[in-house]
Design a protein around this ligand. Structure first.
Ligand code: SF4
Length: 179
């Protein structure tokens, strides 16, 4: 994996920061899944991209076994204050757009890549999960890192990537497992 080149592609896609990811650091934690099942975001059991539909922790561990390296990508947003909802939304939107762009770029070189996003999938107005119909865009949606059972702060720390950018900032983090 040519990290320098991929890093440039990630920055060109709009991300603020890129780091290398060693998949041996990934731990799929039941306590993170428990946070999902508390359903504070109102997505649990309502989307193909969220638990339980996105797969068990054992299934995640199995999927990840074939990868050794990847990248961590972040969008860091500057907020006016901690109540700056518009700023938070704007950074989340940028993260989603950059994630889609980079995914499109990377998949020609790494057709088997595994993408893990930030937040639930909001591609469709109504997710087909609740109608028990297949996902409309299975190749364009991904579970979030949290939905996969990853504690994002730990993944960043374990890979030498900053997680907290200080007061009045918000950082969204996603990753791609490449090879
Ligand atoms: S792409 Fe649509 S159907 Fe698939 S998980 Fe996202 S919202 Fe649901």
């Amino acid at each position: 994996m040519d990290f320098e080149r991929i890093s440039r592609q990630a920055l060109d896609s709009g991300f603020t920061n890129v780091g290398q990811l060693d998949t041996s650091t990934l731990e799929f934690l039941p306590e993170v899944r428990e946070m999902c099942s508390a359903d504070k975001c109102n997505r649990y059991n309502k989307s193909w991209a969220c638990p339980p539909a996105c797969g068990t922790l054992d299934e995640m561990r199995e999927k990840v076994r074939r990868y050794s390296r990847g990248i961590i990508v972040q969008t860091v947003g500057q907020l006016e204050d901690s109540y700056d909802w518009e700023g938070i939304q704007e950074a989340a939107m940028r993260q989603g757009e950059s994630f889609g762009k980079l995914w499109d770029t990377l998949k020609s070189e790494f057709p088997g890549l595994l993408a893990m996003g930030s937040g639930g999938c909001s591609r469709c107005k109504e997710c087909t999960y609740l109608e028990n119909k297949p996902c409309r865009f299975p190749d364009k949606t991904s579970a979030s890192m949290e939905a996969c059972g990853l504690l994002v702060s730990k993944v960043c720390t374990d890979n030498g990537v900053k997680y907290n950018y200080g007061p009045n900032t918000i950082a969204y983090t996603s990753c791609f497992l490449l090879e």
